[in-house]
Ligand binder design. Sequence first.
Ligand SMILES: [Zn+2]
Length: 432
Amino acid sequence: MLPEHGSVVIKGGRVVDPTGERDADVVVANGSVVEVGTNLKADTVLDASGCIVSPGLVDLHVHLREPGDEDAETIETGARAAALGGFTAVIAMPNTRPPHDEPSVVASVLASGARSLCDVHAAGCVTEQRAGEALAPLGELHTLGVRMFTDDGACVSDAGVMRRALEYARSLPDAVIAQHAEDPALADGGHMHEGAWSSRLGIAGRPGIAESTVVARDCELAEATGGRVHFLHLSTAAAVDIVREAKARGIAVTAEAAPHHFTLTDAECATFDPVYKVHPPLRSDADVAAVKAGLADGTIDAIATDHAPYASEQKERPFEEAPPGMLGLETALALTITELTIPGVLSLADALALLSWRPAAVAGLAEHGRPIAAGEPANLCVFDPALKWEVDAHRLASKARNTPYAGRSLTGRTRHTVLRGRPVVVDGEACA
Ligand SMILES: [Zn+2]
């Protein structure tokens, strides 16, 4: 274990941040960056030769399962997985048991998060019990630091409720309503993308229009109310087009995409392996291409994992009975490098924008995604962009094993993670 309060120099890396790129050593102490330059010294050296030094990654969308499902994940294990993935901040989704619809639950999540290896922020529910009817106490949750409100896992499907939520959120500084855009009237009862594969496999489908109709409606509601909408896990070509047009019209919308929606298609479901079941579902080749194009042209603001751990006995059931969701925290950076950066879809700097500073801006996280310069908070990710490794589900820090990438060879891996000046991952190992 490294001393908590000594100075640390990250030596010999290439710094990539919102201001550009340069080769430099970075010294951190007492929670902040104190110097960026050449031939710097400190009490402890973290070797970064061959590595990129970037602001810590920011994940807008994780399920940490505490309270209620601690056999699948806890805040501690989820935060450790995040730190190993290069993340210094995550937003915990509110569909816990009980959900984040009252201040005491949020306060307890934040207290556990404060003791973990990653900054854990809590999203609050939009509606009581995520039932889609009465609004949750958004103002009270906002005073605890909640900035993102969502019923994720469920869609706010009632347009009147969504309108009232946006009107309320407009009065709360930096608040954003994050929508799981799948109209239950179209998607409920479906287990995979509705298309040629679902017909062939005889599995009931969730159509792409379940997403795009809600996205279109909510862009209109954002325009009408002046409230901000963030679209979670965008997965269809039609929805990407709608968000692109809405942004061109100046409407206050942002969007994220999950790694599984730019790396996997509905063809995977032919295995009937429930590890490929997720909501919204894995889509067609054309949808995957559109999500990549949306990431490349700035329509999509963030790569967010939708990390959704399950205990094996819950997930390993027949496809139609298994719950939706897959792990993401420990593979997101490598999937981005392997599937987007190396093939030339995105530059490394643009990929880091999607993984760090743009999501930090969406969520109003002032301590993350900052330039690496003296006086800035020392939340940093140091990764080797060329290191090849194979995903071994049994060696993940997450308590769960439901990764669809087991056995896949990926390129790029976190070497060190620094949280508030303290190394929490050193040479690929978590420090506590
Ligand atoms: Zn969701």
